[in-house]
Design a protein around this ligand. Sequence first.
Ligand code: GCB
Length: 621
Amino acid sequence: MISPSPIPKNIETMMKKIFATLLVFLPFVGMNAQECPLVGNILQRNITSLNGKWHYIVDVQEEGYYDYRMNPTRWGFFRNAKPQRPEDLIEYDFDKAATMQIPGDWNTQDERLFFYEGTVWFKHSFQYQPKEGRKALLYFGAVNYEAIVYVNGEKMGRHVGGFTPFNYDVTKYLKKGENVVIVKVDNKRHKDNVPTQIFDWWNYGGITRDVLLVDVPDTYVENYSLQLAKTVAQPKAKKAAPATLVFSARLNEKKAGEPVVLSIPELKLKQQLTTDAEGVVNASLTLGKKQRLQLWSPDAPKRYHVEIASGSETLVDSIGFRTIETRGKQILLNGQPVFLKGVSMHEERPNGGGRANGTQDARTLLSWAKNLGCNFVRLAHYPHNEYTIREAERMGIMVWSEIPLYWTISWTNAGTFDNACRQLTDMIRRDQNRANIIIWSIANETPHSAQRDNFLSRMAQKARELDSTRLISMAMEVTGASNYVNRLQDNMNQYVDVVSFNQYIGWYRDVNDAPKMKWEIPYDKPVIISEFGGGAKAGYHGAKNQRWTEEFQENLYIENTAMLDKIEGLSGTTPWVLKDFRSPRRVLDGIQDYYNRKGLYSDKGERKKASYVLEEWYKTK
Ligand code: GCB
């Protein structure tokens, strides 16, 4: 039974906040005419994959875009021109150019492009059959860093930010038969970008995630949110209890009177709703005593089959329900204190590097995390692909998801703020129904200043407006140490729910002082050590004070874990890092060879000695 409930005040506030996710960002900064608000739950829609072999042209001087006076040219590569007469001069031909696999980074598919940062053009042809009453959206899972997209020679828009999805309504640009999509991708670094010019990971360029053609009705459900209301957290996670589900959905049009039906068959829940003038429905559904809700948790990652029907379409999803809160220095999952046994990871393929993508890569990396005893991963330092989040959810792994506000961002540049805001919004919009995401992280190791505080506090506020149901954090830095006492002081403490910081005692600081260290963290909030660790080359052995040996790293983990045990309110750790990953900053020949070697696994998947220390320590948590 569902009681037709008047919406309580606190839930109403929460719903309003959730709608902010769905509503606020319509005329988005930088959104072009054809770009439309992000479509949620993309993998369950009626999609045609445009993945596969795409032709590409490396364009070092961007002559496919600018003329020889550096003015944008009308004769650019996006025209996909072909000679019409024997005397015609056209100095490029996509169809004669080589191909590479999309999705995929260019660095590991063409050895000439291993270090390349610049422009590459991609071209793909596909067949299309227009359908009455249907729209076609062209969806990109992610393109690093800047994408300019053309369909049949027409510009659809420009998108910046290498790790979040975007889509265009291409209906009126497609024709029956063959169609051509061309994308100019540019991954040059700029100081005003997010991330900025320097960062410690490989700047994999290209169309790194799925390209999909999405078939939707003219009026379609753009996105929705279904959550368990926080206020009804039950003390015993596995015990079924009456609960309130908060649901909202938004159509792509402001159309009143459209029916939307939410069903969760296993809970015998079926709710008929009607859109308001904004094309939105919202409801608060209190479950009856007999509707025993099984909560999502790492031990029992229960997800319910959910259907959302509107007009001719029915969207399906698997949604888990849980609550996440803090109480003093504790993190509570479903009302119970939880210790986050985590590890940080990059989105890099398990064997041999390159951008990871897809369920198989995710499964391998996450099962390595599971081997360490993890119930949590920090997906550093940018939003990872959707397969990873969904696979983690299925495997019962909680997630920290982050935007690349990393190191020395241009804090006073308005465009940089808008860019970061957009990345935050799209990260949240894409994953707002994933039960395993418990923390949105807004930054990593940023230098303190009033300008930074201004920027990041607005970012935290934005995150809360978009999603009031999850915790907010950021990876801070230790600010002072004297007489073996480490202090954390960061003005951002007041804006976050969880105080997290990175510390590298034993690696970037004196090697032997970890056992003597004490900690002062003057905030009544849970604490996560978002990074600690040190480098070792797998298979290199020696004394425990010999840098780069597995024994050095092992000892560092022994001493660090003992030290961390003394931190009051420690609620979790995500050591740096699951696997050795490529970084242009790591140039030491014979040891690093352009890999950051702080992995607990090597780039080839070999376990290092330190990983067993962590595994043993996690057994005590
Ligand atoms: C950090 C950064 C991380 C680096 C790591 C390192 O503090 O957050 O991105 O890779 O240190 O290895 O130095």
